[in-house]
Ligand binder design. Structure first.
Ligand SMILES: [Ca+2]
Ligand SMILES: [Ca+2]
Ligand SMILES: [Ca+2]
Ligand SMILES: [Ca+2]
Length: 388
């Protein structure tokens, strides 16, 4: 930048110009451009070149050198520091909070069943087992809803989804909504189901003779002889039940007598004891009573008197091929019975109730009189509390 020092010297008065040397270094007072400020020492040289009193002979030769001039003024203070920048701009608004965390992903889908697994080791691979946790090599499925009899929460009603949500979560029971006799009360369970795919050894004749047989998935009673001694009772001897509902569905195969022949019956029994031939209990039957139709839903006592204790008028009269569902509610210690019948062909239904306390047996079974019928199944719900 030495050329800038040159132009400054041209425009300045001589004495000053004399002080200007070509300071090519740009460093003030460093005339020799050696980048070492030594001009204070060189001031001695400058004073030697100027006469302190021009026009006046020097006394006795040149006088002593004028006193050494003051050293170069100290370098001006460096430029004032730049003012601080404008006050910092206020921080921007606080950043918006992050959006809500995304919902967690739904539960991962259940892994597909291991096609090669057989959890219950019944010989049916889980992938095709209709009760993958219950050994059932026969895969019996009464109403073909894809859930095997042994693990179906409504084995007599098609309910492939096994819905069971009508009770509260804390007392949800083992009976599905589609068939639960007390759909909002917990404690119930499926105690027994027999789809009559074979005649098992526990079935025992209580009254009559052995006129029962199994074929084609139904249990048929084949004698409709009309004498008074031909009441037919078959009961399950291998288990006993407390508070229970016995359910069966039967198709009427035929009946004896004329239109007015009395006391044709078909239905279920409970609170039953064989008592060595002096059996007792209750029946819930469709009763074709002497006289004008329609028929009745009737609660019967099973003993020597076979009394009718309660009835309700049905909306139909017994006909061959009718398909009727029967439900008999009983309390184990006696005291309460209910008998509900539904004609599955028409949807007509009716029921009777009673509060008889005579019998406290604990077996269940089937009953006919002067009727041939084919029973599709027998189902027992065990109740966890008092009857509705
Ligand atoms: Ca199984
Ligand atoms: Ca089923
Ligand atoms: Ca079912
Ligand atoms: Ca239930």
């Amino acid at each position: 930048m030495w050329w800038r020092s040159l132009s400054l010297c041209v425009l300045t008065a001589l004495p000053v110009a004399a002080a200007c040397s070509f300071d090519k270094s740009g460093v003030g007072g460093d005339d020799d451009d050696d980048l070492v400020v030594a001009d204070a020492a060189r001031a001695t040289d400058a004073s030697a070149r100027f006469d302190a009193a021009p026009g006046t002979p020097d006394a006795a030769g040149p006088g002593p050198d004028a006193p050494v001039g003051p050293p170069d003024a100290p370098a001006p203070p460096p430029d004032a520091p730049a003012p601080p920048p404008d006050a910092a701009a206020p921080p921007p608004d606080a950043p918006a909070p992050p959006p809500d965390a995304p919902a967690p992903p739904p539960d991962a889908p259940a892994p597909p069943p291991d096609a090669a697994a057989d959890t219950d080791m019944d010989g049916i691979l889980d992938a095709v087992d209709n009760c993958p946790l219950t050994p059932n090599p026969g895969q019996l499925d009464e109403e073909s809803d894809g859930v095997g009899n042994l693990c179906d929460n409504c084995p007599s009603v098609a309910n492939p989804g096994q819905e069971n949500v009508l009770e509260s979560a804390i007392d949800r029971d083992g009976v599905g909504d589609a068939c639960d006799p007390r759909p909002t009360l917990g404690g119930d369970s499926i105690a027994m189901f027999d789809g009559f795919d074979a005649l098992r050894g526990g079935w025992t004749v209580g009254q009559g003779t052995s006129t029962w047989s199994v074929s084609g998935g139904v249990l048929s009673q084949t004698d409709d002889t009309g004498t008074s001694g031909n009441i037919r009772i078959l009961y399950w001897a291998d288990d006993t039940f407390g508070d229970a509902v016995v359910e069966t569905t039967a198709v009427i195969d035929g009946f004896s007598g004329t239109f007015t022949t009395p006391y044709r019956t078909v239905g279920a029994v409970a609170s039953y004891d064989d008592n060595g031939g002096a059996d007792t209990g209750y029946g819930c039957v469709q009763l074709r009573q002497n006289g004008a139709p329609p028929d009745l839903a009737a609660i019967l006592t099973i003993d020597g008197a076979a009394a009718i204790t309660a009835t309700s008028t049905l909306g139909w009269t017994m006909n061959t091929t009718d398909r009727v569902r029967t439900l008999l509610y009983t309390e184990a210690a006696g005291g309460s019975q209910a008998c509900d019948l539904e004609n599955l062909d028409t949807g007509a239904a009716s029921g009777a109730t009673d509060t008889d306390t005579a019998f406290t047996g604990s077996h269940v079974g089937l009953r006919t009189y002067r009727v041939r019928a084919s029973f599709e199944y027998l189902l027992v719900y065990s109740l966890g509390g008092t009857l509705p």
